[in-house]
Design a protein around this ligand. Structure first.
Ligand SMILES: Cc1ncc(COP(=O)(O)O)c(C=O)c1O
Length: 373
């Protein structure tokens, strides 16, 4: 009988004694929410990404919702965003009754193409929601210039990009509302969680109030100055975050090393191309390892062949406008955003995490080589 091979998972968090120690500290303190661990996490995070202010929330999605709300987006408004992203970056626009308007992406960066964004602007456009896909920074200067010309707000979904840098400065330090996420497949995790950074004290005040049922600093316990939400992060989650942040540089560097190993191993494999390399202005933070298959290679077949050998992989990501509910609600059709769609039909995420070793990466690449031969 053929022996089952050890499974190589798509992702895996790196957790250690320090996470246990800090989580225990919270549990023993009895202060599980609204305690001191959340501000400690926020201060450490803001320091790491050089953000003036940071507010922790319960997920990247809830952070995005607050960002959209604070940007003043209302029912009847349009927000321009990328169709090549995880659904949350478009859903958050809908939470406020506004409409996501998609613009195509750049074939190289896989982020919003500024020229396509400008072409999509109408009288109803109020904001641009840029997504740093696969950890690659968006064209912030060009997008900001478009926002200034047209009186729009800029929101950045950096949920996949903690540690990335644009023009020598970390994402999160550029002043506009920027959202990060900490699901366990991310560069660092809190289990579930997110954080929003801003350069504005006023926006911070709103973030802190809106995530906590609309209470203001000056409100009594059951007084609520505004209509809000419960998007708080618990101290248990923040404790995991503090421990992970202490090790973030190591995690990022292990991921960069693993990405470099994949690039080297895949270099001689015909039919598989890798993501855009860094340049002077853009420094990617490695979130997932995605490859693009040449036209004609059957991706489903490759996924199946990898699976047979215990190797997980996923089509990543399907275009948002082609999700069933988006087609039904807005009448989106195929080939409205050709670059995004062509990319999305050919991209494949391979097993990738900070502790993946060379031997497993060699197994993955060998399996791909055989699958496309
Ligand atoms: C681009 C992007 N935006 C938003 C999110 C949502 O984050 P969360 O799962 O923490 O709500 C994710 C997470 O996978 C993401 O990749």
């Amino acid at each position: 009988m053929k022996q089952a091979q050890r499974v190589i998972p798509l992702s895996r968090p790196y957790l250690d004694d320090r996470e246990e120690e800090l989580v225990l500290e919270v549990l023993r303190s009895g202060h599980l929410s609204l305690g001191p661990m959340v501000p400690r996490f926020e201060a450490a995070f803001a320091g790491r990404v050089r953000a003036p202010y940071a507010a922790a929330v319960s997920s990247g999605t809830t952070g995005l919702h607050l960002a959209v709300r604070i940007a003043g987006i209302r029912a009847g408004d349009d927000v321009i965003t990328s169709p090549f992203s995880f659904v949350a970056s478009a859903n958050c626009i809908r939470y406020e009754g506004a409409r996501p308007v998609f613009a195509d992406i750049d074939r190289q960066t896989l982020n919003l193409d500024p020229a396509a964004v400008e072409a999509a602007i109408t009288d109803r456009t109020r904001a641009i929601l840029a997504v740093d896909m696969f950890g690659y920074p968006s064209e912030l200067d060009e997008l900001r210039a478009i926002c200034e010309r047209h009186g729009l707000k800029l929101i950045e979904d950096a949920c996949e990009a903690l540690g990335a840098e644009y023009k020598g400065r970390p994402l999160g330090s550029h002043g506009h509302l920027t959202v990060f996420a900490f699901y366990p497949n991310k560069q660092m995790t809190t289990g579930e969680g997110g954080i929003v950074t801003t350069g504005s004290a006023e926006e911070l005040e709103l973030l802190v109030s809106l995530r906590n049922q609309g209470r203001a600093d000056t409100d009594g316990w059951l007084d609520h100055s505004r209509f809000g939400f419960n998007y708080r992060q618990s101290d248990v989650h923040a404790a995991i975050g503090v421990a992970q942040l202490e090790r973030l540089d190591v995690l990022l560097s292990l991921r960069a090393q693993a990405a470099a190993r994949y690039a080297e191993l895949l270099e001689p494999v015909d039919g598989v191309s890798t993501l855009l390399a860094d340049d002077e202005d853009h420094r990617r933070s490695w979130f997932v390892y995605v490859v693009k298959l040449a036209p004609g290679i059957k991706r489903d077949r490759v996924i199946e062949r990898l699976e047979e050998q215990g190797i997980q992989s996923r089509p990543y990501v399907p275009c948002i406008h082609l999700q069933r509910y988006m087609r039904e609600d807005y009448g989106f059709r195929e080939w409205m955003f050709p670059v995004a769609e062509d990319t999305s039909r050919r991209t494949l995420a391979l097993p990738f995490y900070s502790t993946i070793d060379r031997e497993d990466q060699e197994r993955v690449v060998e399996a791909i080589r055989n699958a496309i031969a």
